[in-house]
Design a protein around this ligand. Sequence first.
Ligand code: CP
Length: 340
Amino acid sequence: MPNRSTQSTTEQNTIGNLFEFDHDGLPLFRRRRHLIDTQDLLKEEVDCLMEVAALCKKNHQSEVEPLAVLSGKTIANIFYENSTRTRSSFEMAARRLGASVLNLDTKVSSVAKGETITDTARQLVSMRVDAIVQRHSASGAAAHVATELGDKVQIINAGDGWHAHPTQALLDFFTMTEIRGSLSGARVAIVGDILHSRVARSNMWLLTKYGVDLNVAGPPTLVPAGLESFGVTVHNRLEPAIEGCDFIMVLRLQMERQKQGLIPSVGEYKKLFRLDHARLQLAAPGVRILHPGPVNRGIEITDALVDDESKSLIDAQVANGVAVRMAVLYLLLTGKESVQ
Ligand code: CP
């Protein structure tokens, strides 16, 4: 369980004093320049981040003025793939911390004329941005730009291909710990289109660090071989995967990537894998549902379940996204020497 449950520490770290915030994981996070995935995050860093996120949430929910901890910093959002939640919440998070935000419109940028993603980022570095939040359809895109330009700018991966979406996994983790406290021994299922899911990978890397009993389920063609090496149990049917689960994370069937006949039909997929109230009876009595969005209503999950506030954590995930991204920006961008 993150230290945010530790009364004395939480009491010390009140909303007005982020500058005085202290935690064992803080010096570790201070050494980190980029956030590319959850694989190499230490538990101390995650615990620290969760505690900062809890403070940020209080700030964001209150009427108080934005914090000025990132005053003078500029954060560039470069999204080569569509986004509703991630881009908006990074922008809101940055502004809430006093930073300036530059949103590059990649559809009308010179990327369309053939400029590379590194050269595109380089132009913004020349304009003195401090950090780039990047989403790209290619796995490894964030790591590539970090390798090329990482001494001049900090890179935050907002989703790269099928590889990783670290801030989504961190906000999922935050949301689940808000409900349950420690996730050690919790039974969690990630179900659906695992193959194409960067969210699944980032969650697997993160949750297995915390002793979660993690099941992964999807049609055989949508579950990559060798997933057991993550420390998860793989199922090709929904029912055994969700049995007794405290949390079920439903993934979007990525319709835009289903061109290779990976599923016989959407109707077949719905019959075997759509989560509904009847199937939910197999889970633990207090089971809660997560979905990273966007939701294909009626395909991977029923409308009724999406809108069932006693079960669905989807709105909470979105709300927590701002707080967790505030924490990521704060921890990455403060307490370091200037990068330029
Ligand atoms: N969860 C997620 O990444 O949503 P967006 O694609 O809307 O950012």
